[in-house]
Design a protein around this ligand. Structure first.
Ligand code: GLU
Length: 278
């Protein structure tokens, strides 16, 4: 008797789960009807001020604004978005598994990643740089990093670039998140943190870090931010169209100013869709 009850309950749960999945995958129907219960799961960063950040007031940053704009064009209002943290090392897997419909998380378009996922965009051009303690004058060029303890995040292009070309002799420490690297920089476990200048500018301008850190200003690479989707997904074309509209109607410019202005980040002009700079 008890067993049968459980089975019946499981059947209901299963039915609900199936319905929810069916709703979730209806992302191609641009009905735009809010209140229909349909949701879209989007991957962003949770710990990058100015780019993607989870705060007590909600989710903020340039990637968040881009994602909201794109979602709207796909037929989803803000309250229909389910935000998920997409750490650097997890992004391809999250898309392959279908955990999220798309990822806007300081996600550089690279040939290696394009073997696993597709990208819309690019929608921002950033450059790899370093963040060091404000009183450290020993890092004047990328070559100076060779004798230093350098923090980067597992699964990021920044870690790969250091190993491959920028400072192959650096003592490279790979941490799981950028916030972990920042703590390391503060307590001198590492000498520098390397990633995109767009991200580092956001950290340097945080109240709790004001005057403590500075950027190298090295522009070591081109990082073309794209929106990642599952390989073969027809969302790619739709997102490209949305990104073009975002630039054309002035929303892109508004979003960069609002999000990068406080950090005084000198952003590049909006890239053309498909124009990936090597
Ligand atoms: N844009 C680089 C990347 O996609 C570094 C930033 C990040 O880890 O998100 O790997």
């Amino acid at each position: 008797m008890k067993l049968r009850k459980v089975t019946a309950a499981s059947a209901v749960v299963l039915a609900l789960a199936v319905t929810a999945t069916a709703c979730g995958s209806s992302d191609d129907k641009d009905s735009g009807s809010s209140g229909s219960g349909k949701k879209i799961a989007i991957g962003i960063k949770f710990d990058q001020p100015g780019i993607g950040q989870k705060t007590p007031q909600g989710y903020t940053g340039f990637d968040v604004d881009v994602a909201k704009y794109v979602a709207k064009k796909l037929g989803y209002d803000e309250d229909q978005i389910q935000w998920k943290e997409a750490k650097s090392a997890d992004r391809e897997t999250m898309l392959q598994r279908g955990d999220v419909q798309f990822i806007a998380a300081s996600y550089s378009i690279t040939p290696e990643r394009e073997e696993k996922v597709d990208f819309a965009g690019p929608y921002l051009l950033a450059h790899q740089d370093v963040l060091v303690r404000a009183d450290d004058d020993s890092i004047k060029s990328p070559a100076d990093l060779n004798s230093k303890k350098l923090c980067s995040v597992t699964g990021s292009t920044s870690a790969q670039n250091v190993r491959d070309k920028l400072a192959p002799k650096a003592n490279l420490l790979n941490y799981p998140t950028y916030s972990a690297c920042l703590t390391g920089l503060q307590n001198k476990a590492v000498d520098a943190l390397t990633t995109d200048d767009s991200i580092l500018a956001g950290y340097a301008s945080q109240d709790q870090f004001k005057g403590k850190f500075k950027l190298g200003g090295f522009k070591m690479t081109n990082e073309n931010y794209g929106i990642g989707v599952k390989k073969g997904s027809d969302l790619k074309d739709k997102i490209n169209k949305a990104l073009e509209e975002m630039v054309a109607d002035g929303s892109w410019e508004k979003a960069v100013q609002a999000n990068f202005g406080p950090a005084n980040y000198q952003y590049e002009p909006a890239p053309k869709i498909g124009d990936v700079k090597s």
